[in-house]
Write a protein that binds this ligand. Structure first.
Ligand code: FES
Length: 600
């Protein structure tokens, strides 16, 4: 009798595989074409194939695992992939060190010129040492050595005062945020700031020199919350449905951010104690989960934020290990589904004072779009779904080595390019976009997304017709990598939502698409997508190509600008207050426009 099968979801790359019950996680990963580090070849003796099953039934830890893993690892749910058998549908989190090749993370963004007026400034001080004739406290003698002694500080900074003064012979550098003492450092030490874009899928982090505005280190990581849900709604559900669910999500994020801070500081040769300010941007749900704000109402109509104002929170309160008095600035949110990351993206793309008719969008599971026209500004959020993240696509995966990222269909020839030029194991967002556009251009798909016509790669099978992008013999999985009608329909839903959102904003402004003077595409997917393909499937309007700009991680660039300029923080608040948020769900034209936008 054939063994029953189950589904394994490998996170964070989002690869799904169906395998017989009883298969080890190492074999499941191999069959999915995902290479894990397995130095001993699966003998259970090297301890390198560490993974963390987060839901679904697996075999209990074997004696080998109990010997190889520490009690702390075991109680954190860590397992050896070569020893763990899958007993049902399972979701597994793969830590970065267990991948043989790193994920592709987008940290670069177009840079607007920095304005240098940060919230924290350095002040060098010589304090008089104490003596039998001068028994003033360390804080008093430090205060009285200042031009303005009226400074305040908290216990975390005071805990460092005596040792730092003595170790540096009473000559120190103070990091002052107005009259708030943030850190006492050795003389001459530089002051740095941390800027982070917390995406639902990825984190991009930057370390910035606050004195000259230079980015001295940058790095990225996957958002560890992905193990608890791929999208915002499933994270909100996790927070609501599990005791300490929100705390777990916050803790995992803070832990990863602390790891990034250590990595950035090591890259730049500075200490976390020199990081005196942080700016963290994210969509409204990521913002609320990070700050410990309630998220239940974000998952229920009418989807309102708990807080939309800009916030300043002591980093120590959130467990972020920076200078003892460092403050984290969170820019304002616009609405439940247009977050601080969108405001930051607009600043990163330098659009705060644009006089041009401009569309700016960042494509994700939710796509936030802004339209600037005639000194007015509208925004909306479209439920574009996770198809461009590779989810809900039969061979979909995130942008990782082996993902098909480019497709050209030229007559009978089909050319594909994979990330890292590795054998294809799946398709990421830009690849599926190209594939659908190629099928449209080749006349192999009808308006409703049904595959049709004659092509050697087309497998006609009425309902289950598919187009083979990479035949089994050339793939990294031993199976065809293909696009199905269902996949085409998923892309239609995603692009339909984006185009409809864009059209509704144009309706609100009373203008037509051809009047758009600049079209800014931000974000990781936006960086890699092919504009011709996006236009061919009707996701973007047909405009002269020079009006488009793909600006990379503009939300990250905006976070850096906010780190360096107090004035821009005020501008961020003005943007959030001035924007007219358009709720698509209640717009009278939305359904009509959406249905029209679905066609290919
Ligand atoms: S591959 Fe060596 S312990 Fe699993």
């Amino acid at each position: 009798m054939e063994k029953s099968t189950c589904e394994v979801i490998l996170q964070p790359i989002g690869k799904h595989i169906r395998i017989p019950v009883g298969t080890t996680l190492l074999d499941a990963a191999r069959q999915a074409g995902v290479e894990l580090v397995a130095i001993c070849g699966g003998e259970g003796v090297c301890g390198t194939c560490r993974v963390c099953p987060v839901s679904g039934p697996v075999s209990p830890p074997s004696l080998t695992e109990q010997a190889e893993l520490t009690p702390a690892d075991l109680s954190a749910g860590m397992r050896l992939a070569c020893e763990t058998e899958v007993l049902g549908d399972v979701k597994v989190d793969i830590p970065p060190e267990s991948f043989t090749t790193p994920q592709r993370l987008q940290v670069e963004g177009q840079e607007a010129p920095p304005e240098l007026a940060p919230a924290v400034a350095a002040l060098d001080v010589d304090a008089p040492p104490p003596s039998l004739d001068d028994l003033r406290s360390d804080l008093t003698r430090l205060r009285e050595a200042l031009p303005d002694p009226d400074i305040h500080t908290g216990l975390p900074v005071l805990a460092t005062i005596s040792e730092t003064l003595r170790r540096n012979n009473w000559r120190v550098r103070l990091a002052l945020r107005g009259d708030e003492l943030v850190a006492i450092l050795p003389p001459g030490e530089g002051l740095y700031g941390l800027a982070v874009d917390v995406g639902t899928t990825k984190l991009a982090a930057y370390l910035v020199n606050l004195e000259n505005g230079d980015t001295v280190a940058k790095s990225g990581a996957m958002n560890p919350q992905i193990a608890y849900g791929e999208d915002v709604i499933s994270r909100i559900n996790h927070a609501n449905q599990h005791a300490n669910g929100a705390k777990t999500l916050q803790g995992r994020l803070v832990e990863t951010l602390n790891g990034l801070v250590d990595e950035l500081c090591a890259q730049a040769g500075v200490t976390p104690g020199q990081v005196v300010e942080a700016v963290i941007v994210g969509n409204t749900a990521m913002h609320h989960l990070f700050a410990g704000l309630p998220v239940k109402q974000l998952g229920e109509s009418p989807y309102v934020a708990a807080v939309s104002d800009a916030m300043e929170i002591p980093s120590a309160e959130l467990g972020l290990c920076l200078a003892p008095g460092a403050v984290i600035y969170l820019p304002p949110n616009v609405a439940g589904y247009v977050g601080a990351d969108h405001v930051s993206m607009l600043l990163g793309a330098d659009l705060q004072e644009t006089a041009k008719t401009t569309i700016a969008l960042d494509i994700g599971t939710n796509t936030e779009i802004s339209l600037f026209h005639g000194r007015k500004h509208w925004s909306c959020s479209c439920a574009s779904g996770p198809a461009f993240e590779g989810a809900h696509i039969s061979d979909g995966m995130r942008a990782a080595p082996g993902a098909v990222e480019r497709v050209r269909i030229d007559g009978e020839a089909v050319q594909v390019h994979t990330i890292g030029e590795q054998p294809a194991i799946g398709i990421c967002g830009s690849g599926i976009l190209d594939a659908v556009a190629g099928l449209v251009k080749a006349g192999l798909v009808d308006k409703r997304g049904a595959l049709k016509g004659e092509h050697p790669r087309l497998v006609p099978d009425d309902k289950n017709s598919a187009f083979i992008l990479v035949p089994a013999a050339q793939s990294g999985t031993g199976r065809d990598v293909h696009v199905t009608r269902q996949d085409v329909n998923e892309i239609q839903l995603a692009k339909g939502a984006i185009r409809a959102g864009l059209e509704i904003l144009l309706v609100e402004a009373g203008i037509e698409a051809r009047e758009i003077q600049q079209f800014i595409v931000a974000g990781a997917f936006g960086t890699y997508l092919d504009l011709d393909s996006a236009i061919a499937i009707g996701m973007f309007p047909e405009l002269p190509r020079e009006r488009f700009q793909q600006v990379g991680n503009a939300a990250g660039s905006g976070a850096k600008r906010l780190l360096l300029s107090n004035r821009l923080r005020q501008v961020a608040t003005e943007i959030a207050q001035a924007v007219q948020y358009v709720e698509l769900a209640k717009h009278p034209d939305f359904m009509k426009v959406y249905v029209k936008a679905l066609g290919l």
